[in-house]
Design a protein around this ligand. Structure first.
Ligand code: CA
Length: 222
């Protein structure tokens, strides 16, 4: 799941981002509405979390702008203000849910799961005998549960969301490691080999294939 976090309080943003990453979200962070609107229209997110009061404008305005640009991704607002007028302004701007600060991290996770369910991004993903349940973050092949690290899981989920599609190293890196600076693209190859060891090697047929000079593809070869 890829998430855009717009919050200008650095301490809160850093804490939220690291908590969300532990829950296997791929998180892009921003502290400015301009930057967030740009990111939101450039990248496909599964869910977005917006603060309301920002140094260069309001989160409501940012939400309105991305809706006008055709972005349908669910947006949850983090607001210090529990005022009816604010809620109305937020709904008019195209918000999907609210959480008033201070909030419990567990509640944020539950709300995000609910939003993803409504958006249909928690439907089970499957190819051949490999199944991934995004709601439970559970992966199994031929009935055997596979133990994956957070990055391996994110990578496999990305592959499963683009079956039969040849994905370049750059595209995979952008989807999974966008939030890490100084990224070395060889890391994609390393993590593909980790995934193969768990997802393909113990089973009769391989699902992850290398396309020479292009990248990788997840497909069932018959
Ligand atoms: Ca703020």
């Amino acid at each position: 799941m890829r998430l855009l976090l717009l919050e200008d309080e650095v301490q809160l943003r850093t804490a939220l981002a690291s908590g969300l990453r532990e829950e296997n979200y791929v998180v892009d962070e921003s502290g400015l509405t301009e930057e967030a609107v740009y990111q939101a229209t450039l990248t496909e997110y599964d869910v977005m979390v917006f603060d309301v009061m920002l140094p260069d404008g309001s989160g409501f305005e940012a939400c309105k702008r991305i809706r006008e640009a055709g972005v349908r991704c669910p947006v949850l607002f983090l607001t210090a203000r529990d005022d009816v007028r604010d809620r109305i302004a937020g709904l008019d701007a195209g918000a999907d849910d609210y959480l008033c600060k201070p909030f419990d991290f567990g509640e944020l996770l539950a709300r995000l799961r609910a939003l993803s369910r409504r958006a249909g991004s928690t439907a089970e993903l499957q190819i051949a005998d490999l199944r991934l349940d995004p709601a439970k973050q559970r992966v199994e092949r031929a009935g055997t549960v596979l133990a994956l690290s957070a990055k391996e899981y994110a990578l496999l989920e990305f592959l499963l969301r683009h079956p039969e599609e040849v994905l370049s190293r750059a595209r995979i890196a952008e989807a999974i490691w966008a939030d890490e600076s100084g990224f070395d693209s060889n890391v994609v190859d390393v993590f593909i080999s980790y995934l193969r060891a768990k997802v393909d090697k113990p089973f009769a047929t391989a699902l992850i294939h290398t396309v020479r000079g292009m990248g990788y593809v997840l497909r069932e070869e018959k």
